[in-house]
Design a protein around this ligand. Structure first.
Ligand code: RP5
Length: 168
């Protein structure tokens, strides 16, 4: 694990969200970007959550990723207390995550939360990395490499499919 100061905060409403949210940490580690991870429930720890959001930027955090399920208020409550970009990850605790998706994405005017798909913690990390890459050439270079590798994989799959079709 990187010993650098954390640049990204990965937050979740419950430790039951960790199996999904750990994908965000894994993705950030792949890019050598340090993160801090916290369980902070908007409902069960309201004071601690508000304090975290209000102090994150001052401690050097640049982007926040917040995952929650059910009445998923954590990303919005965090966004209310900071001007750091907040990326919300809906967790499928009930209703296949539709409840959390709508709760996170339907923020009122003035308080945006960038919302990824249900359970898509790795995409939240990639979006956080893309934000960091605006001022970090090393992260930008790794993101370009990753995109090229993805395109290469797709091309190989396409070529293999063409061969299978041609062979009948
Ligand atoms: C939400 O309630 C959490 O984000 C979690 O997805 C869901 C269930 O929490 P637990 O009852 O498992 O702690 O606040």
């Amino acid at each position: 694990m990187s010993r650098d100061a954390p640049r990204v905060g990965i937050l979740m409403g419950s430790d039951s969200d960790w199996p999904v949210m750990e994908k965000a940490l894994e993705t950030l580690r792949r890019f050598d970007v340090a993160a801090e991870v916290r369980v902070l429930s908007a409902h069960r720890q309201p004071v601690e959550t508000a304090d975290y959001a209000a102090t994150a930027a001052g401690r050097g955090i640049e982007v926040l990723i917040a995952g929650a399920g059910l009445a998923a208020h954590l990303p919005g409550v965090i966004a209310a207390k900071t001007i750091l970009p907040v990326i919300g990850v809906p967790i499928a605790a009930k209703l296949e995550g539709l409840d959390a998706l709508l709760s996170i994405v339907q923020m009122p005017p003035g308080v945006p939360v960038a919302t990824v798909g249900v359970g898509r913690a790795e995409n939240a990390a990639l979006l956080a990395l893309q934000i960091l890459a605006r001022g970090d050439d090393s992260v930008a270079a790794k993101l370009h490499e990753e995109k090229a590798a993805m395109a290469e994989k797709g091309s190989r799959a396409d070529q293999a499919l063409q061969r299978r079709i041609a062979d009948g």
